[in-house]
Structure formats: structure tokens, C-alpha cells
Design a protein around this ligand. Sequence first.
Ligand code: NDP
Ligand code: 2IT
Length: 449
Amino acid sequence: MITNEYLKRVYDDVTRRDGHEAEFLQAVREVFESLELVIDKHPEWEQAGLLERFVEPERVIEFRVPWVDDSGAVRVNRGYRVQFNSAIGPYKGGLRFHPSVTLSVIKFLGFEQTLKNSLTTLPMGGGKGGSDFDPKGKSEGEIMRFCQSFMTELYRHIGQFTDTPAGDIGVGGREVAYMYGQYKRIVDRFEAGVLTGKGLTFGGSLARTQATGYGLCYYAAEALKHLKGTSFEGKTVIVSGSGNVAQYAAEKCTQLGGKVVAMSDSQGYVYDPKGIDLDVLFDIKQNRRARISVYAQEVPGSEYHEGCKGIWNVKCDIALPCASQNEMDADGAKALVANGCIGVFEGANMPLTPEAIAVVQGAGLLYSPGKASNAGGVATSGLEMTQNSMRLSWSFEEVDERLHTIMTNIYQACYDASVECGKPGDLMVGANVAGFLKVAEAMMAQGIV
Ligand code: NDP
Ligand code: 2IT
């Protein structure tokens, strides 16, 4: 419920102007509900129009992406870059290539990114971009031509001090490399800091590939220890999705003593009571780019089930949703609660619907929003930019250790803010408030811009 007059007025304005942008409204609402707890302490925000400015992206770019497929036919997709907030640093955030991409999706992601990047403590503003291009079933040549066309427009809007994109759904090392090559060719500069998630031979950082999934587990381990006096050791875990975030979340939680019994893709999920065999998983996903169902064909004793939502019915102690927004609804959350789950930590951005969050929090489970628990990816992107500026590269261990420290600090900042707000252990309130306060302070200091 939003009751504060100022929050309500701004939220109503967003509803009136952007009411058709369901995902964006959902993200704004969650944050505003948390800000209820601090707004009375900051009467200066209203005079400064702070919230009105905060919910309005600084710049929205939408563009045509024409490309030629292997049959010679011309195809046209829509490209986006939303430069949401530069109060604390250059815009920073990934690019998503998926047919479900709309302006609403990119705006919600850019809004979340602003708060997430603030939580990392690194100097990065918030942005996001992408396209409704579907990489599935495309040849190498088609992927390359699409990436080149996308960058032929995007290049004029980005730069190491302006806006630095990276990957997200459908954009991994291969796509970042094609886009970097095209950027370099157009601007005729080796400006490594313009994109992160690059290959290790041209300015990429060790541990960036692993960072989101590893960081998620570091954060979850900290919360489990501090709030429940326990760990991953001996726990049964569900990891939804089987992309970049899910794969490395599964690897790290296995290293920490957990047993991952189920993983999914958009078509269905696999259940392996012995624990997912990571070598088989990596081979299927990274070498063969095949469906998760192949796992059940190749690993005796495992099963494949059609439909991705069924994964939440698998009994587990800990759930790590790592696929996409709104992948878990109230029914999924109720199934987790009924099966005795103790914690849900988001690896994806906004994977729980508001109703699912209410179920999970209402039942007293630990719950962490993605903007806190998946911040390790962008934090390590920030470390990649640091290494690019210094013209050197750190060892895997050094980056991983910094990532671990950053995630521990994010957990602490969220917990401390939850206490300040009179809701100790509510990591959603903590993340929203801690992330926002830094952005608000920087915006207030910089005048009406
Ligand atoms: P990938 O493209 O590597 O993998 C995405 C996975 O999610 C695939 O298994 C995909 O299945 C599944 N998926 C995608 N859309 C849906 C959907 N609508 N319903 C069910 N499953 C779906 O992406 P990432 O692993 O990079 O990203 C996963 C999530 O993590 C996203 O929410 C992203 O925003 C977030 N994130 C990513 C970061 C990163 O560094 N990459 C950092 C922080 C957050 P299929 O193959 O069938 O499409
Ligand atoms: O959602 C995210 O934080 C990302 N996709 C990573 C963004 C980045 O710039 O590394």
C-alpha cells in the first residue's frame, strides 16, 4: 500500500502516463512501498521534485535494426537503450535480446539497475537496452550481422564515460565480442571500457562470466548464516533457468555443499535426485547450446517435465530463481512454503510476482530481491572497467575475492537499512532504501537536472 501523499501523487502520475508499461509499474510500486518507511524523514525531496525525476529516464533511445538473414531476406527488429539515471556514474547495464523485449521491460530493468548499481558501492549509474531479436535458431553469421547492425546505431550513444553496456538474456560473450568489434571499427579507438563481459584476450575480466551466479551464492550464504544460523551445506536447492546466471549459481552452491536437484529453461525442467551433474550441464549449454531436456536423455535417473513453472513443486530448502521476470507466481511460492523451503534469493531480475513475494515473506522465509542478490554481475563489470582504466588484469582469485567482499557488504547494507526502517531482516525494504538513499543524495547535491 502506498499511503504517503507525495509517493501516491507521483505513483498516480506514472500510472497515468505509463500505465500500459506493466513491468515498469510493478518495479516502481515495489520501491515506492519501501520508501514509505523513510519518506517522512526527507521533506526536502518533494520540493526538489526528486521522485518525479527519479521515475523518468534521463533519455530513451529506440531505433531500427535492419539485417539480412541467411536466405537473403531483410529482417527488421527494434532496438532500445534506456539511459535511466547518471547521478552516481555513467549509465551501466546489460543488453537483452529476447522476443519478449518491449520498452516497458527495458525501463523496468533500467530502473532496477539504478538501485542495484548504487548498492554495489561502485560509481555506476543505471541503464539497460536490448532488442526483440530472437537469437534462438539463428546461425553464427546471422548473430554477427545482427550484432553489427545493432551497434551501428548504438555506438553514437555509448562510451566509457557515457554509457557502458554488457550482456543479459540472449547476450553473452559471443554477442559482446561482435558488438565490441563493430564499435572499435566505427570509432577507430580501442576503448575497452565501453562494453563489459568482453573476451579475456581483449580486455575482459576473469570471473565476470561466473560473477552473477557466484555473487548470488555469496550473498545467500551471508544471509543464511546471519539470519538463520545455517549454510548451503547439506541443503537441497532449486535453480531455475539454465543460462549464464543459473549455471554458475549451480556451480557455486554445489561447491558450498548444496545439492541442486532441479534446473529449467523456458520449455520445461529437469529433476535429478542425485544432484545436477555440472559437467554434463555445461557441455549441453555451453558447447552444444542445446535444450535442458537433453540432460534427462543423457543422465540416468533424471527426469524431464514439460512446462517451466512446475519446477517450484520440487521439494527444496533453498530456491534460486535465475531465469526471467515474473517466473514465479503465488502458486509457485505456496508450493515452496508447503515443502518447507527456508529462503528465496533472486538471481534473475524481478522473478517473483508481487503476490509471490507476499506469500514468501508472509510465511517468514528469507527473501532477497534481485537488485541486491544478483548485483555481483554488474559489480564485476565495474571491476572490469577498473582494470581497463588501469590497463592491467587481475587474477581470477583477486576478482573473486573482491566480488565476495562486495556481496558481503551489500548484504550488510541491506540488513542495516532494514533495521533502520524498523523491519529487521526485510531485505527487500533494505535493498530498496539503501540503494535509493545514495542515488537521492547524489541527485539532491547536483541540483535540478
Ligand atoms: P541467459 O540468456 O544466459 O539464460 C536465460 C535463461 O532463462 C535460459 O535458461 C532461458 O530459457 C530462461 N528464460 C528466459 N526467458 C524465460 C521466460 N520468459 N520464462 C522462463 N524461462 C526463461 O540469461 P542470463 O542467465 O544472463 O539471465 C537470467 C536472468 O538473470 C535475467 O533475469 C537477467 O536479467 C538476470 N541477470 C543477469 C546478469 C548477467 O550478468 N548475465 C546479471 C544480473 C541479472 P530458454 O533457453 O528456453 O530461453
Ligand atoms: O542485470 C544486470 O545486472 C546485468 N545484466 C549485468 C549488467 C552489467 O552491466 O554487467
